[in-house]
Design a protein around this ligand. Structure first.
Ligand SMILES: Nc1ncnc2c1ncn2[C@@H]1O[C@H](COP(=O)(O)OP(=O)(O)OP(=O)(O)O)[C@@H](O)[C@H]1O
Length: 318
């Protein structure tokens, strides 16, 4: 039986010198689910994941693995496995060697090394030097390292980056399987479409703040947009608003947010209105994501009086 191990980030703030990378960030990744932690470059994803894994200290707030900070865990690698994009493997050593060293250091049975190499599809390549690995193979090795302790939770920084389409499909299947076993899977990405078919829940971070937190379906629902028109446009707008939609009049009819095409048609029918136009103008999920993260060129220094932001700066080293 797996121990349900939620990953909880509470009011996390991280200041690096002049840069406030995280501002009062809170969310929870739930057991049995794959949570996508999404945001453009520099949004604060890696900073958050490093704090979760005990590699950096927050300026304020806390990050908890089943209620405990990483450093408070008795057998950390058995509770949470991490793979960060900055992880470097010595090019002259084999993938297997790396894992054996990690296993010995953590008191993990060496037999796990071959188990995880097989699990990530590196059974044959494990004895080759890492220097000859493709980016995709290094991603697999990172995942193998994260799985070494057979942990209840996984924290993976950009695990899909660098994989070819077959590799992406394989990674999706494995992450789904790991979550179905009851593990908590938290993975970061800067491209929603890359992980859209993998994640159950989505946390979007922008400028070091949470811009969205909820199930993928809720993000999808937010992208529904319908264009509709009727001879009596005002009556139609009233009926749609009464049904809970946001309605914006335009030159080519009404733009409706919050209802899909079928429901829009039903509302019109119930109001006895004959439609002259009805079409689905839903934006792709990626454009909703882009809208949520717009203007994310870089994280700027927070004003000194910004609420919830500690003013004392901490060095970059943890
Ligand atoms: N050690 C550090 N010292 C100073 N600034 C840092 C340090 N680490 C991160 N930052 C800054 O903090 C902000 C957030 O960076 P972070 O790496 O967490 O973002 P990210 O969302 O993971 O981006 P990426 O996808 O590019 O890795 C950026 O402005 C970055 O330049």
């Amino acid at each position: 039986m797996r121990t349900a191990t939620p990953l909880t980030v509470e009011s996390l703030t991280k200041v690096y010198g002049e840069v406030t990378a995280l501002r009062d960030v809170s969310f929870t990744a739930q057991p049995g689910r794959v949570t996508g932690f999404l945001g453009p470059n520099g949004a604060g994803k890696t900073s958050t994941l490093r704090i979760l894994l005990g590699l950096n200290r927050p300026t304020a707030g806390r990050a908890l693995i089943d209620g405990q900070r990483y450093r408070e865990l008795d057998a950390p690698l058995r509770r949470v496995g991490g793979s960060l994009s900055s992880d470097v493997f010595h090019p002259g050593r084999s993938g297997r060697d790396h894992l054996v060293t990690l296993a010995l250091a953590a008191g993990i049975d060496r037999a796990r090394v071959d188990t995880v190499l097989t699990q990530v599809g590196l059974a044959d390549a494990g004895r080759r030097r890492v220097g000859g690995y493709s980016l995709g193979m290094r991603q697999r090795l990172g995942l193998a390292a994260a799985l070494l302790g057979d942990p209840d939770a996984l924290v993976l920084d950009e695990p899909i980056n660098g994989l070819d389409p077959d590799g992406i499909r394989w990674m999706r299947g494995l992450l789904r399987h790991l979550a179905d076993e009851g593990r908590t899977v938290l993975l970061s990405s800067h491209v929603l479409s890359e992980v859209q078919q993998t994640v159950d829940d989505v946390v979007v971070i922008r400028h070091g703040r949470i811009a969205f937190d909820g199930p993928l379906e809720a993000l999808e629902a937010g992208s529904a947009r319908v264009r509709v028109d009727a001879a009596d446009r005002d009556a139609l707008a009233d009926a749609l608003r009464r049904a809970g939609a946001t309605v914006e009049p335009g030159p080519a009819g009404l733009s409706v947010l919050g209802l899909d095409v079928a429901r829009t048609g039903e509302v019109a029918l119930a109001a006895g209105l004959a439609l002259t136009h009805l079409s689905d103008e839903t934006d792709g999920l990626e454009s909703v994501f882009l809208a949520l993260t717009a203007d994310e060129a870089e994280v700027t220094a927070a004003p000194a009086d910004a609420p919830g932001v500690a003013t004392s700066a901490e060095g970059s080293a943890a």
